[in-house]
Design a protein around this ligand. Sequence first.
Ligand code: SF4
Length: 351
Amino acid sequence: MGVPETDFATRVVRWQSRHGRNDLPWQTLRDPYRVWLSEIMLQQTQVATVKAYFARFVDRFPDVAALAAASLDDVLGLWSGLGYYSRARNLHRCAQELMRQHDGKFPRDAETLATLPGIGRSTAAAIASLCFSERVAILDANVKRVVSRVTGFEADVAVAANARALWDAATGLLPSEKRATQDMARYTQGMMDLGAMVCTPKRPACVECPVQKDCRANAAGDPESYPVRSRKLRRSSQSIWLLWAETVTGDVWLGRRPTPGVWAGLYCLPLFESESTLLDALPAYARGMVQVAPAFLHVLTHKDLHLHVCRVRMSNRDLDAETIGEGRWIGATEWPALGLPAPIRKLLERR
Ligand code: SF4
């Protein structure tokens, strides 16, 4: 027997209006610019962290035109610390594309929205349903969990064909065509809120859940086994030597990281595969002055980085870009505004 569609959606909508989150800073105006910005920031990042970044972003770039006109360095600088920097680069490209192709306005349907840089199917559906009441399903990580539990979705969601079937299942739960204009925004928000507040990865609060009686995983008594993932993420690890070269006046040598690669597009201390290659890149007089700090761990999604910091104070500015990699001396009044990887920013701030 299938899940009763209208009843399910109505329960989510009612619960959202009473218990969901209705005072987030991007919810007030149903402005697609703000919804888009928040959706991109919320990928991989918690609401509490996003709030401060969101406020700074809309203050500095109040609309699409302002973001499109900004330099990429300014955008990356403001994004610094949020991680996953391809999101910021796509945000900037998308704003420029909106100005070029759409007169600075967001398309109103998910299909067209999904053609823009950095806007995937779920983000497109979130903007279209929250701002324009289009009847389309979102399927971010939280909602994937709710849908797979409610429908008892047994297949591995990491397999593309199964992921498409889960989208169909999510579409089958939407408010009816008749209710869509009225309910879609609240339904979408309700599904996000359920995933974040009630149907959590560990120990979901099933007794407080508005769709408990629709839920097959709850009936079977094993919600935590959904969504089913048979493939495990393979992690790797890498050691990197960082050259922290500074002048007597406190300027630091920083270069922009190539794309693609670790920290693509950000300003960074020069990276080396080993201590010896790092030392070889320095002028002979500076090699004996290098201080090596104990390695520290920085965790990326698929990789553990073991970072070894080699610090040296140069008596003159004679680093050679050919051996050290592209870059320049940057003063302490300039680098804080640049887009820097979080661990590098922390290092430089501590000095
Ligand atoms: Fe999630 Fe439990 Fe609600 Fe099912 S009943 S949707 S498992 S919180």
